[in-house]
Design a protein around this ligand. Structure first.
Ligand code: UDP
Ligand code: MG
Length: 312
């Protein structure tokens, strides 16, 4: 099989048919399969997928999770069953036009020294505030992790099977794909595109989820925040020591009485705050370690369609 397209989806009933049509139209000239991963949808998505499957058994496979495990888990489930020469990940909402898949394939066919093509959103159709937040996230990521995470590089990408194997060899439970894609290395070509508006429905990633996603990324790829305690501790104790000398000299030389409860309150509250922040940061890492050592499965499959007879 030349190409396997992985589509992670959660409550996308209004998009699935349109996406399938668009994928079929774009991929006419190539041998492909589509693997839909229904990430515990509560709407009519699974019924629509079953209907598509029963009419297109030779090219469609469906995995249904027992509940919503998140896009990361859904992408992993798709990668786990992808044995094609090329694997593509694409969102279900038609923000990422399937016509680009052929462009990416053409590039990899012609450039054997590249292993992967990633589509980079130029944010042309995004709100200025969103654009700003996303750019800030990428630059913080890069500075703290030392890991080059190409700004705007989406999960919409085409990989050779070697890249898929490398991604699967990573055993982490908390998976932050944007970082993992870059961590596994390989020669990646970045192709620019403008994401469309969502075809139907609303984004699953609200502001709160985006912030928590950014935090996950930072914690799973960098231990720098843990070092904040050492840096702040050193700075504050140096300042305290200098202040102590000043007070000592003032008292001994000038005999000045220093009334101190107001400044004492400030210092106590300030230090208390810092200690709590640092404890919180340590807590985040301990929590992640705890979740990681439990080794729970990343997703649980409830149903599978198209895996009985190997269509590959
Ligand atoms: N998605 C998923 N599980 C989730 C949330 C999202 O599989 O828990 C899918 C979603 O159905 C879509 C893709 O991930 O196919 C991207 O989601 P969305 O369009 O909501 O994100 P955005 O484009 O706004 O970043
Ligand atoms: Mg989207």
């Amino acid at each position: 099989m030349k190409l396997n397209v992985i589509v992670p989806l959660y409550n996308e009933e209004g998009n699935i048919d349109a996406l399938f049509k668009s994928l079929s139209a774009s991929l006419k000239s190539v041998k492909y399969t589509i693997t839909f991963i229904d990430d515990g949808s509560t709407d009519n998505s699974y019924n629509i997928l079953s209907a598509i499957y029963s009419k297109n058994k030779s090219i469609v496979r469906v995995i249904r999770f027992s509940r919503n495990f998140g896009k990361e888990a859904a992408m992993l489930a798709g990668l786990n069953v992808s044995k094609a020469q090329y694997t593509c990940i694409i969102d279900a909402d038609l923000q990422q036009d399937p016509k680009y898949i052929m462009d990416m394939m053409k590039f990899l066919d012609e450039n054997t020294d590249y292993d992967e093509v990633a589509m980079v959103n130029d944010y042309a159709k995004e709100k200025a505030s969103q654009k700003f937040l996303k750019k800030t996230f990428y630059s913080i990521m890069e500075q703290t992790t030392g890991q080059k995470v190409q700004s705007g590089a989406s999960d919409f990408r085409l990989m050779r099977s070697g890249v898929v194997d490398a991604l699967l060899s990573i055993q982490e439970v908390n998976r932050f794909s944007k970082g993992l894609f870059s961590w596994v290395g390989f020669n990646t070509y970045y192709m620019s595109y403008s994401a469309n508006k969502r075809f139907s429905g609303a984004s699953k990633f609200n502001f709160r989820k985006q912030v928590s996603y950014a935090k996950e990324g930072l914690i799973s790829f960098s231990t720098k925040p843990l070092k904040i305690a050492t840096i702040l501790g050193t700075l504050i104790s140096s300042a305290a020591f200098l202040y102590f000398i000043v007070v000592l000299l003032q008292t001994l030389i000038y005999g000045k009485d220093i009334p101190g409860y107001a400044s004492l309150m400030c210092v106590i509250l300030f230090l208390g705050g810092i200690q709590l922040i640092v404890l919180g940061i340590i807590g985040e890492y301990i929590a992640k370690t705890y979740l990681e050592v439990k080794r729970r499965p990343i997703y649980i499959t409830k149903e599978k369609l198209g895996f009985d007879d190997d269509i590959l």
